[in-house]
Design a protein around this ligand. Structure first.
Ligand code: EPU
Length: 281
């Protein structure tokens, strides 16, 4: 899985499926159900950590399902496998405002939804009008409107095995150059505060109520400290980077060290934002 996750760590899965259509996706899910193989859905692998021992599961990557369109009234319709860069470039080209904040949030539309991705001021829940998902138990596609969706801080509560297929985003017609300018400014801010050119999985921990994981790890004196090839970024302490040759075990040990130190110094327990696969299977 080191080939399919942004940290470039992780052992093998039992199988990898790359469906190109809903029919193929259904077929894969049905096959796994028949053979009792657990399934994991992966977008661009930006928020996922796979242990070195690998996974007793089939991984299904959705980047073959990536259609992108706009409706006449200015909504953006994006399939789950569409990448963040395609969606934001599309909005800029079409002059559609609303998703500028997401310009530097790496991943796919499915990952954006599952994680309720966002910045401090704005997140997916503010722009999603509806989503479509596949229920593997029935093989049926269903739609849910924004008011039915339970977005939380960096999470969307849906039954564990449903597959997010598509989102409809609320956007407003605007001048393409203005959209581009706002995107440039979001990106510049991110570039200044986060190690965006290095291998990472984004924020490692969720911000605890009333504080910031990055501030706490920094104040615990851990910036630049490392285990093997994994290092707490010197740019932002809530990022772990792969400085070369890191393993998942290095990353997990470094996460444990950061949690222990923050707990000891501040009596605050940090909760991972990155999804560690394998532990819950
Ligand atoms: N800080 C430090 N040292 C550091 C890093 C941060 O003292 O090494 C301090 C900052 O000075 C600031 C505070 O901690 O006072 C918060 O830092 P920042 O403004 O960078 O925001 P954040 O809470 O760490 C959140 C999201 C990011 C998002 C930014 C910008 C979480 C866990 N992270 O970061 O989202 O890009 O706001 O809006 O909610 C992600 O979720 O993967 C992610 C990158």
């Amino acid at each position: 899985m080191s080939k399919h996750t942004s940290l470039r760590v992780g052992g093998p899965a039992e199988a990898l499926a790359l469906p190109e259509s809903r029919a193929e996706l259904r077929e894969v899910l049905e096959l796994c159900r028949k053979h009792e193989v657990p399934v994991r859905i992966l977008g661009a692998g930006f928020n996922t950590l796979v242990p070195d021992a690998g996974l007793r599961a089939a991984v299904v990557r959705l980047h073959g399902l990536r259609k992108l369109a706009r409706s006449d009234d200015g909504r953006v319709l994006a399939e789950a496998g569409a990448s963040h860069s395609r969606v934001t470039r599309f909005c800029a080209k079409e002059g559609l405002a609303g998703l500028e904040f997401a310009v530097g949030i790496p991943g796919t539309v499915g990952g954006w939804l599952a994680m309720n991705a966002g910045i401090r001021e704005r997140e997916m829940r503010d722009v999603v009008e509806c989503i479509e998902f596949l229920d593997p138990a029935t093989g049926k596609c269903q739609e849910m409107r924004a008011e039915q969706l339970r977005f939380r801080y960096r999470a969307l509560e849906v039954p564990a095995d449903v597959v997010l297929l598509k989102a409809c985003f609320h956007t407003e017609p605007s001048d393409p150059e203005e959209v581009r300018e706002r995107m440039r400014s979001f990106l510049a801010e991110r570039r200044e505060t986060q190690p965006i050119d290095q291998l990472s999985c984004g924020s490692v921990f969720k911000n605890p109520p009333g504080d910031y994981a990055g501030r706490l790890i920094d104040a615990a004196g851990l910036k630049g400290s490392g285990v093997g090839g994994a290092e707490i970024s010197t740019v932002h302490a809530n990022f772990i980077i792969n400085r070369g040759g890191a393993t998942a075990t290095d990353v997990l040990q470094l996460m444990d060290q950061a949690r222990a130190k923050v707990l000891q110094r501040f009596q605050i327990e940090l909760e991972p934002e990155v999804r560690v696969w394998g532990e819950e299977l």
